[in-house]
Design a protein around this ligand. Sequence first.
Ligand code: NAD
Length: 368
Amino acid sequence: MANPSLLILAGDGIGPEVMDEVKKVISWMGTARGIHFDVSEDLVGGCAYDAHGTPLTDATMAKAQEVDAVLLGAVGGPKYDKLDFSVKPERGLLRLRKEMDLFSNLRPAQCFDALADFSSLKRDVVAGLDIMIVRELTSGVYFGEPRGIFKEGNERVGINTQRYTESEIARVAKSAFELARRRGNKVCSMEKANVMESGILWRDVVTEVHQRDYQDVELSHMYADAGAMQLTRWPKQFDVIVTDNLFGDLLSDLAAMLTGSLGMLPSASLGAPMANGRPKAMYEPVHGSAPDIAGQGKANPIACILSFAMALRYSFDLGDEATRVEQAVEKVLADGLRTADLLGPEGGSPIGTAAMGDAIIAALNASV
Ligand code: NAD
């Protein structure tokens, strides 16, 4: 059988630096575990604009559609801030998400014990936290029509439309239930059914999907505002949270910050299954291109490495290998190794991007 294929789009700023450390983990999987990937690389974002005058060429888009998974670093930077909106680096990313129809955005909030004091919440509230927010990514109020700023009488009115079809809700609900079965088997669906018709439909459809195919999974519903309160009060009550694009945008950032640094946060965006049964998929750290530290070898590669671990689990059904990578990360943190972003107020001596990658490889070596 052919090796699974990966397209690496490292992008701009710290993207290539953190991706170099992911490449070490990919090669380690080949040499130490006999798990080989066919890896190709291409440009996205500002570097693609510099080379081709567009943040994503049609040829790169076509490649992304063909591979088993895309690994993305980060895009953007001050050099590109004044570009026309249509060719800004972020447009490359949005095009990938849109044309691959990546409707299910997985944002884990996992608190490594060694970093529990990093959170703004008390240690016992966050230590051992492991929740997953599933955000609908391709519909809802960010895409609904009509939208715009219109003249009404002698003043302007800004309009956006929250719109969801039953099938859009059903497919993301299904994705959340499937995920729950591989984790703690609980889904909490969040909307505002008390004040929004789209919320009433959301609750109905999630309930129907549950009744039809997922009665073994525990389902609860919560208004999204109450959900925000519960996430900060006692986040460990949740396993998988499924919610729409707007609420998911807010709640996933809120949940992520329970755990500390931006340099630690992975994500996955999944679409419909391809002919080989694997979902269309793109994996990327939550952080951006960090122009303030780019080129200095200071960036934390862990978010990008954990994004690859998500690829192992969700695209390639290699959950044990994903856990191995996560445990290697846990081990280096427990050993006290820190990139600069992970130093607390008491300071300490940070290690660089490559040294953190090497330490993770050493921990992986020790695991076999
Ligand atoms: P950012 O995430 O790039 O950086 C925010 C802060 O966090 C900075 O101080 C940065 O140094 C730090 N940081 C981020 N990642 C880190 C890491 N791995 N290790 C250590 N420190 C890290 O956000 P920003 O500064 O708002 O945006 C910078 C550029 O990135 C902009 O052009 C923005 O449009 C773009 N951006 C891209 C993405 C993406 O590619 N998905 C996401 C967000 C922002």
